[in-house]
Design a protein. Structure first.
Length: 255
C-alpha cells in the first residue's frame, strides 16, 4: 500500500499541475497606457470574493490586442498551493479496514469547484469524471449484485436528487432514522419544520426502502462503522484506477 502511494506521488512530482492563469483574469478592459489608473479604479473580480484596491495601478496582462484585469488575490492563493503536489491516505478507527481516502494535494485544500475545469497538467486541459451513486453501488456489490450499476439510484421520481443523496450518505453513518433525518436537515441548511421532517423522516426513507429493500435493511442506520467501511471500498476503487494510470505513466488527480 505504501509503495503504491509512493509511486503515485513520484509520478505527480514529475509533472506540473496548475490552474490556467488566463482563467483567473477578468473581462477585457481598455487600458490607457499614457496614464496610470486613478485611485478610484478597483480590481473587479469575476465570481471571486476579494476586491483589490491598489490606488495607483490596475494590474493587467495583454493577450492579442486586449488587456485583462488580473485577479491578483486568486492568482497568489492558487500559486501558493502548488507545493502540495502529493497525496496521503487517511484511515479511521485505528485500522486500515476503515476509511483510506486520499488527501493532501492542493486541489483538495479548498480549491474552488469553479476552478477545477481550468486545471492543466503539463499545459493540457483536463476533464472531471464523477461516478454516480457510489455508496449504493458498493452496497449492492457487497451483496454480490450489480443489476443497478447502469442506473442513477439517487434519481427517484418526485424527489430532489440532492436530498436523496445527502440523506443516503448520512443514513449510512447514523444509528437511527430520526438522527439521520435531523442531521440531513442541518447539513442542507434547511428549517426543521413539518414539511422537511416529513420529507426526510418518511418520504425519502420510504422510497429508498421500497426501491432498495435489501441494502436498506442491511446497511442503513448501522452506525459510523458502516460509512467508514464503504469509504474503504471506495478508496480501494480509487487506488485501482490510480495505479492503472501510474503503470502507463499518466498523472491523474483524486478529488
Amino acid at each position: 500500500m505504501r509503495n503504491e502511494l509512493n509511486r503515485y506521488n513520484e509520478l505527480l512530482r514529475r509533472n506540473f499541475i496548475y490552474i490556467d492563469d488566463w482563467e483567473l483574469l477578468n473581462e477585457p478592459i481598455q487600458i490607457d497606457k499614457s496614464k496610470p489608473a486613478g485611485p478610484q479604479i478597483k480590481m473587479l473580480t469575476n465570481g471571486y470574493t476579494h476586491i483589490h484596491d491598489e490606488p495607483k495601478v490596475v494590474p493587467h496582462l495583454e493577450k492579442g490586442n486586449k488587456a485583462y484585469r488580473i485577479n491578483i488575490h486568486e492568482h497568489r492563493i492558487q500559486h501558493s498551493k502548488y507545493v502540495h503536489n502529493y497525496y496521503y491516505r487517511e484511515f479511521n478507527r485505528g485500522s486500515t479496514k476503515f476509511g483510506g481516502r486520499f488527501y493532501g494535494h492542493w486541489i483538495t485544500r479548498n480549491c474552488p469547484k469553479h476552478l477545477r475545469k481550468h486545471i492543466l497538467i503539463n499545459g493540457k486541459k483536463t476533464v472531471e469524471l464523477d461516478y454516480s451513486g457510489m455508496n449504493l453501488c458498493i452496497a449492492y456489490s457487497l451483496l454480490g449484485m450489480d443489476q443497478f450499476k447502469e442506473m442513477d439510484m439517487y434519481n427517484i421520481s418526485g424527489l430532489d436528487r440532492a436530498d436523496v443523496k445527502q440523506f443516503t450518505t448520512i443514513a449510512l453513518n447514523s444509528t437511527s432514522l430520526k438522527k439521520a433525518c435531523k442531521s440531513t436537515i442541518e447539513e442542507l441548511g434547511l428549517k426543521e419544520n413539518k414539511a422537511n421532517m416529513d420529507m426526510f423522516e418518511y418520504e425519502i426513507p420510504l422510497a429508498l426502502s421500497e426501491l432498495h429493500p435489501m441494502i436498506y435493511e442491511k446497511y442503513f442506520y448501522r452506525g459510523k462503522d458502516t460509512g467508514a467501511m464503504f469509504m474503504r471500498h471506495e478508496s480501494n476503487i480509487a487506488n485501482e484506477v490510480i495505479m492503472k494510470f501510474v503503470s502507463k505513466d499518466i498523472p491523474i488527480l483524486v478529488l
